[in-house]
Write a new protein. Structure first.
Length: 170
């Protein structure tokens, strides 16, 4: 019986000591991350979440990080999908941003880039890249001339903390 109490105490301590519990933050979830970016009415075509294996030139791990991916499809036109994301990512909105890693809590900002590689091709390809201090999100929106659906390939890299100093200070 003492073994059971020791195990229960250890489990309770581990839960209480976890970063998200202590900081009042929601734990990272693949479905929560996708929901922030999902085009309305689109269908999932599989999703994965894995260790992003952030390493330096010597092959040493530098920071814990996660890589999330999915492909969404919709019958809506490529133009309609692109306009949806442009409106959501317009300056002054806080769509799908993550909390800053800095201790001051100040918003470090983000960069949003749009790139159209469709001209003169039988396939429409539009790329949206969103970078913050601790994440990078790429949306590749595509549709071939004879396809009945627009594809939205979503990839999100999330750095769980920036450095050992951030880890110790959090």
């Amino acid at each position: 019986m003492p073994r059971f109490y020791m195990l229960a105490f250890t489990l309770l301590f581990a839960i209480m000591a976890s970063e998200s519990w202590c900081q009042g933050e929601e734990p990272l979830s693949l479905m929560t991350e996708i929901a922030k970016w999902q085009y309305p009415g689109s269908k999932f075509n599989g999703a994965t979440s894995s260790d992003a294996a952030t390493m330096n030139a010597s092959g040493e791990r530098t920071v814990p990080s996660v890589l999330c991916k999915t492909v969404l499809t919709t019958k809506d036109s490529m133009a309609k999908v692109i306009e949806y994301y442009k409106a959501k990512l317009k300056r002054g909105t806080d769509f799908a941003t993550t909390k800053p890693n800095n201790k001051s809590g100040a918003d470090p900002g983000r960069s949003v880039m749009f790139h159209d590689d469709s001209q003169g091709r039988p396939l429409g390809i539009y790329i949206i890249l969103v970078n913050t201090d601790n994440s990078s999100t790429t949306l590749v929106i595509s549709r071939a001339e004879k396809e009945s659906e627009t594809h939205i390939a979503w990839t999100r890299y999330i750095r769980l903390w920036s450095s050992k100093n951030d880890q110790q200070g959090r």
